[in-house]
Design a binder for this molecule. Structure first.
Ligand SMILES: [Zn+2]
Length: 326
């Protein structure tokens, strides 16, 4: 069974309504999975993979789900229309990034109201998948709250090779507070006891076939893991690492020429060389950035004009062996 409902998320100054479509599949008997895409509007691969999932679930020979799937292909139409990550200041100066204001506030700013409307669905679910995509310079991975076993199992069912465990609150680094990370949908939901994951698929702004297929396989794995579909997810055999650690930053501004052998997904030891930052007018080498720890390269600044303090290379540090098997 499938229904599609158009809902109003908020109202703009002109009176125009911000609307989106909420799809529901299944019988209602069994667990509920809430999936949304494009709360960062330029991250469109999730939107496309939900269309493909829709085609599968509504095919004439499709088995009905043992439970309910709620899917929101465009969670933030405001950023979707702008192909952007955040909204301009006049629309929401309080919360320009929708993924910093969950579970929202029905009487708050525009993004807070939008989040509150979607939370009315998500907050009742038994599991949540918030689909995002990184830049083409980022390795596909799935983030879950470190120490939350149900969310970890959900991430394993989704099945990307790299899982990043994100520390929260007092265990986290300064960035947690300064960037309002506790307002992410995944974090707010996990704290409410709803297992939640954030897959970061590849190539935002572009429809990447590999990203779409990874995400579609991932959602089918999650549906199997929750019992919405028959069968079990593929056994997971990847790497668990820590999120927001191991950022190699530019010590000065210039042009970053990445070393030839440096590529996403490679394992590096502490001290590995990543290339050179040059002063572009004098050709003077300013920095030869190196790995500050052993791990897996999961992001590389390929947009080469870099500013002091910017992350040049992200290194995911493997979790201790005890947590690899947990
Ligand atoms: Zn995002």
């Amino acid at each position: 069974m499938h229904t599609a409902e158009q809902v109003t998320l908020a109202r703009l100054p002109s009176g125009r309504r911000v609307e989106t479509t909420i799809h529901r599949y299944g019988t209602g008997d069994g667990p509920t999975l809430y999936v949304q895409a494009a709360q960062h509007g330029r991250e469109i691969n999730g939107t496309e993979l939900l269309r493909r999932l829709h085609d599968r679930l509504t095919a004439p020979d499709a088995a009905d789900l043992s439970g309910t799937l709620i899917a929101v292909p465009v969670a933030d139409p405001l950023t979707f229309d702008r192909v952007s990550y955040t909204t301009p200041e006049p629309i929401d100066s309080a919360a320009p990034n929708m993924n910093r204001c969950w579970p929202g506030d029905a009487e708050g700013s525009i993004h807070e109201r939008m989040a509150a409307r979607l939370w009315a669905e998500a907050g009742e679910a038994d599991a949540i998948v918030d689909l995002h995509t990184g830049s083409p310079e980022m390795l596909t991975h799935t983030v879950y709250l470190r120490g939350d076993d149900d969310s970890r199992r959900l991430a394993e069912a989704f099945g990307t090779d790299l899982l990043l465990a994100e520390a929260a609150g007092a265990d986290a680094d300064d960035e947690w507070d300064t960037r309002d990370f506790d307002g992410k949908l995944r974090v707010a939901a996990t704290r409410e006891g709803i297992p939640s994951i954030t897959p970061e698929l590849g190539s935002n702004k572009q429809l990447g076939e590999a990203a779409i297929e990874t995400g579609l396989d991932g959602l089918l794995g999650v549906c199997r893991g929750l019992g919405l579909l028959d069968g079990a997810p593929e056994p997971w055999d990847g790497t668990r690492a820590r999120n927001h650690l191991g950022r190699v930053r530019a010590s000065d501004s210039g042009l970053f020429v990445v070393g030839e052998s440096v590529e996403l997904g490679m394992a590096v030891e502490s001290g590995a060389a990543f290339g050179t930052v040059y002063e572009p007018t004098s050709y003077e080498p300013l920095q030869e950035p190196t790995a500050d720890r052993a791990g897996i390269v999961y992001s590389i600044a390929r947009e080469a004009t870099v500013t002091a303090g910017q992350t040049l290379v992200g290194i995911a540090e493997r979790l201790p062996a005890a947590e690899q098997n947990g």
